[in-house]
Design a protein around this ligand. Structure first.
Ligand code: KG4
Ligand code: ZN
Length: 399
C-alpha cells in the first residue's frame, strides 16, 4: 500500500441505528479511541428498535460521545485532519443526527467531511484490525459477507490504488439473519437483542432436536442472474463487465422464523414463554444463569437448532459463492459475525476449502465508529469529500 498521507487522524461518527458512536483512527490502520453508547436499555421494553426513540437518544448522546472519543485519544478538535460520518443505510432520523452534527463540526472547524456507507464501514473493520496486527498482505478477489440486523449481503470487494469498489452478488430477500435472531428471541420471550442471548444459550441445547427445512428462494428476483464481471476480467484488464451471467447467492430467513412460530404453537409453549418473558423483564440485567433458569430443555433445543440452521445456511451459501467466484480471501463482518458458532463453522469449513477467513474482533463486529473512520481514510487520500448539502440515504447501496 502506498503511504500518501502519513498520520492522518480521522474522527468517525456513526448513528445509523441504535448505537451512538465516535472514534479516532490514524490513517485507517490504528484505532486510537472507540466509544459506543448503546441504546439497548431504551429499546428493550419494545423488543426492537423504535426509530423515534433512537433519534432522541442519539441527540442526547452525540456530544458527550464525541468528546469522550477525543479525550480518550488525547486529541483536540484541532488535531483532527478530517471528519467521517455514516450517510446510510439506516434509520432516517438517526442518520440525520450524526450527519447534522458532523456537518456543523466540519464547517466550524474548517475540516473536510467524508460520507461513508455503513456497510463499507463493516468491511473496513476487518481491514483496520488486520493492519493494526501488521498484516498488510491481502489476496484479491475478496468476498465479504456483511451479516447484521439489517443486512445479509455478499460483496466482491476490489481495490485500485486507494479506491475501493464493491459488487453485490447476493442479499437477503426478506429478513436479515440478525433480524431473524431478534424476532425469534422476542417470540420466545428472551428479550432484545436476540443474537447474543441465543448465541450463549445454544451451548446448552441439542442442535439436531428440531429439523428446519432448508431455506428456499421461491420467487424469482429480477436480479436473479447478475451480469457480474468475471474476477479475472476485473483484475487484469479493467475491461467493461463481461456480459456473462453468473448465479446470485441470495438468502431468506423469514421462513425459519415462521417455522419457529409454528413449532411454538403446535407444542403449546405460549404459557411458559409468557412466564419467562415476565420473569426476565423483572431482572435489570439478566445473566446466563437467569436465562437458563427460565428455559426448559425444549426451548434450549429449539434455539440451538435454530442457530445451527441459520449458521449452516450462511456458511454453505457464502462458501459456494466463494468457489463460484474463485475468491482468494473471505471476510465475515457485521453484528452476527460476533456469533461463536458462526465463527467456528466458517473457520473450520473455510480451512477445508483452503480459503483464509477474517473476522473483526467482537467489539468491532457490531456497530461502531472506528470502522467508519477506517473506511474514510482511502477517501481522504483520494480527496473524495462530501458536499455540504449531502443528506441521509436510508437505502444507500454499496458500489
Ligand atoms: O451490525 P449491527 O450492530 O447493527 C446493524 O447494522 O444491524 O448488528 C446487530 C445485529 C442484531 O440483530 C443482533 O441480534 C446481532 O447483530 N448480533 C448477534 C450476535 N451479536 C449481535 N447475532 C448472533 N450472535 C451474536 N453473538
Ligand atoms: Zn451495522
Amino acid at each position: 500500500m502506498i503511504e500518501i498521507m502519513a498520520d492522518a487522524y480521522i474522527l468517525g461518527i456513526e448513528s445509523s441505528c441504535d448505537e451512538t458512536a465516535a472514534a479516532v483512527v490514524r490513517s485507517g490502520e490504528q484505532m486510537i479511541s472507540n466509544v459506543v453508547a448503546s441504546q439497548i436499555a431504551t429499546h428493550k421494553p419494545y423488543g426492537g428498535v423504535v426509530p423515534e426513540l433512537a433519534s432522541r437518544e442519539h441527540l442526547r448522546a452525540i456530544v458527550p460521545v464525541v468528546k469522550q472519543a477525543l479525550a480518550e485519544a488525547g486529541k483536540t478538535f484541532q488535531d483532527i485532519d478530517a471528519l467521517a460520518v455514516t450517510q446510510g443505510p439506516g434509520l432516517a432520523g438517526s442518520l440525520l443526527v450524526g450527519i447534522s452534527y458532523a456537518k456543523a463540526l466540519a464547517y466550524a472547524l474548517e475540516k473536510p467531511l467524508i460520507a461513508v456507507n455503513h456497510l463499507e464501514g463493516h468491511i473496513h473493520a476487518v481491514l483496520l484490525e488486520e493492519r493494526q496486527k501488521g498484516n498488510r498482505e491481502l489476496q484479491f478477489p475478496v468476498l465479504a459477507l456483511v451479516v447484521s440486523g439489517g443486512h445479509t449481503h455478499l460483496y466482491l470487494a476490489e481495490q485500485r490504488g486507494e479506491r475501493w469498489s464493491y459488487e453485490n452478488i447476493g442479499h437477503t430477500r426478506d429478513d436479515a439473519a440478525g433480524e431473524a435472531f431478534d424476532k425469534v428471541a422476542k417470540l420466545l420471550g428472551l428479550g432484545y437483542p436476540g443474537g447474543p442471548v441465543i448465541d450463549r444459550l445454544s451451548k446448552h441445547g441439542d442442535p439436531h432436536a428440531v429439523k428446519f427445512p432448508p431455506s428456499q428462494i421461491k420467487h424469482p428476483d429480477r436480479r436473479t442472474l447478475s451480469k457480474a464481471p468475471t474476477p479475472e476480467r476485473t483484475r487484469n484488464d479493467g475491461a467493461p463487465a463481461a456480459q456473462q451471467s453468473r448465479p446470485r447467492f441470495d438468502f431468506s430467513y423469514s421462513g425459519i422464523k415462521t417455522a419457529v412460530l409454528r413449532y411454538v404453537e403446535t407444542h403449546n409453549m405460549a404459557v411458559s414463554i409468557d412466564s419467562r418473558r415476565r420473569a426476565l423483564a423483572a431482572i435489570a440485567k439478566p445473566k446466563l444463569e437467569d436465562y437458563l433458569a427460565n428455559c426448559d430443555k425444549q426451548t434450549l433445543d429449539l434455539v440451538t437448532s435454530f442457530q445451527r440452521a441459520i449458521v449452516g445456511d450462511l456458511v454453505s451459501k457464502t462458501l459456494a459463492a466463494a468457489r463460484e467466484y474463485e475468491v482468494a480471501t473471505l471476510f465475515v463482518t457485521g453484528g452476527v459475525a460476533a456469533n461463536g458458532e458462526l465463527r467456528e463453522t466458517f473457520e473450520r469449513e473455510s480451512a477445508e476449502q483452503g480459503l483464509p477467513v477474517f473476522f473483526p474482533s467482537r467489539p468491532l463486529s457490531t456497530d461502531n465508529a472506528a470502522m467508519i473512520a477506517a473506511a474514510a481514510y482511502p477517501k481522504l487520500v483520494a480527496q473524495q469529500f462530501a458536499p455540504m448539502d449531502f443528506s441521509a440515504e436510508v437505502g444507500m447501496a454499496l458500489r
